[in-house]
Design a protein around this ligand. Structure first.
Ligand code: MG
Length: 447
């Protein structure tokens, strides 16, 4: 049986096994105590265990005197935005993101509408050792509901200053959306219609019965590829159940890969608004090529969206995110947002007299390879200590694990935060070279 995972981003487990309503209730009560009395906004993705989790969480929160605002089945970025735009003390998104249906989780949102900053998250985890302070009948909180969060989210996207809405509308794009029956169905078709698109909905019923493995990776998007071809659509979009990751299928009915979502968004935004790009250490080096064309830099952060968002805010970056299809556009907010990504990609497409596959082809092509090394927990550090010796002739970035910077390749070696494994990621100009570098690195680490 898998463990309940408690980390800086919240708790995650298999519902009814490691993650029970009792645990969710207690955790929410702690979060209420930690955040202070006041408004807490709660939204959930479409998982069948969502209502049980929701009621447990509400019970915990109102019992410690919080005022819960239920915004219903919504994307995670909608919860984040709703917190940012209100006087709430925080929020909870009930979702296990791209994990399969048996999982559920709670993502914790701070007062500023971003996930708890790592330092604050550590303080919260430390506070779990204290006992919960429940309120009596006089001071107990209330539950109210607000069904306007989706509309406000869409409105904010349509107000992105450089987005030419009329130009997008004129093109009358035919778009297929695969929301895997997650929360995407409640926002994306509506957003697309506002952008004048003809929408073909695939798995857009938020039933929580995922139509395929929910992570929006190429291997899971065969149905969308088929539908784009059948409907002769201009483009296909796929999202994960909580709608913060975006994948694109070209008009040829072929996945162009999650990595391209961010790169295309970077090209479009930088043509409108100059500034340095921020992305994590494991995202494609094609960002550097794009940045060079626009005369800006790429700032790399530790893996984890909060690290990217925080840095973007600090340096006022116009665009950034993560290579797994996580696009962050500060005009809306500093968190990954697939509906925002869709608007940016359509903005780009509407300005070019090219198809999405032609635009994708213009982005320098690199290839990833990844593998992991299972080791005894006590050997993790001694193996990591070998890395600077093995790669002594290279420039090393030690922001997060060790990243070896070569000529047109990189190797990122880091310990997993949750299991006794070392992950190795490689990117280079050919698939064969990446594969070979990955195998060689694993071999040297094991020696
Ligand atoms: Mg997600």
């Amino acid at each position: 049986m898998s463990k309940l995972m408690i980390s800086v981003s919240g708790i995650r487990g298999i519902f009814g096994e490691t993650l029970t309503p009792e645990i969710a209730m207690k955790f929410a009560a702690h979060f209420g105590n930690f955040s202070g009395k006041g408004k807490i906004i709660v939204g959930r993705d479409s998982r069948t265990t969502g209502p049980a989790m929701f009621h447990a969480i509400v019970s915990g929160l109102i019992s410690v005197g919080c005022e819960v605002v239920d915004i219903g089945v919504v994307p995670t970025p909608t919860v984040l935005l709703a917190v940012e735009e209100s006087d709430a003390k925080g929020g909870i998104s009930i979702t296990a993101s791209h994990n399969p249906a048996e999982w559920n989780a709670m993502k914790l949102v701070g007062e500023n509408g971003m996930f708890l900053f790592p330092e604050r998250a550590k303080d919260f985890i430390a506070s779990l050792d204290k006992s919960v302070k429940y309120e009596s009948w006089k001071n107990i909180g209330k539950l109210t509901s607000d069904q306007t969060a989706i509309d406000r989210h869409i409105e904010k996207i349509l107000k992105i200053s450089y987005l030419d809405i009329e130009k997008i509308r004129e093109r009358k794009f035919r778009v297929v959306v695969d929301a895997v029956n997650g929360a995407g169905g409640v926002i994306i078709p509506e957003l697309l219609r506002k952008l004048g698109c003809e929408v073909i909905e695939l798995n857009c019923e938020p039933t929580g019965i995922f139509a395929h493995t929910p992570e929006p990776l190429n291997k899971n998007l065969g149905q969308l590829e088929q539908a784009v071809k059948e409907h002769r659509a201009d483009i296909g979009f796929a999202t994960d159940p909580d709608v913060d990751r975006l994948s694109i299928v070209s008009e040829k009915g072929k996945c162009i890969g999650e990595e391209l979502s961010l790169l295309l968004a970077e090209k479009y935004v930088l043509s409108r608004k100059k500034g340095d790009i921020v992305c994590n250490l494991s995202s494609s080096m094609a960002s550097e090529d794009i940045a060079e064309k626009f005369g800006v830099k790429v700032i790399r952060t530790r893996v984890g969206e909060i690290n990217v968002g925080k840095k973007m805010k600090e340096i006022k970056s116009p665009i950034g995110g993560e290579g797994n299809g996580g696009i962050i556009c500060p005009e809306v907010h500093y968190t990954r947002d697939a509906p925002v990504g869709i608007a940016l990609i359509l903005g780009y497409l509407s300005e070019q007299s090219k198809s999405i596959s032609e635009l994708a082809d213009k982005i320098p092509k690199y290839y990833f390879a990844k593998d992991k090394l299972k080791v005894e927990p006590e050997k993790l550090d001694s193996i990591m200590e070998k890395v600077p010796i093995i790669f002594r002739d290279f420039k090393l970035d030690k922001t997060d694990g060790i990243k070896v910077l070569g000529d047109k390749f990189w190797i990122h070696i880091r310990k997993s935060g949750t299991e006794p494994i070392i992950r190795v990621y490689v990117e280079s100009e050919t698939s064969e070279r990446s594969q070979r570098l990955c195998e060689e690195t694993i071999g040297k680490l094991m020696r």
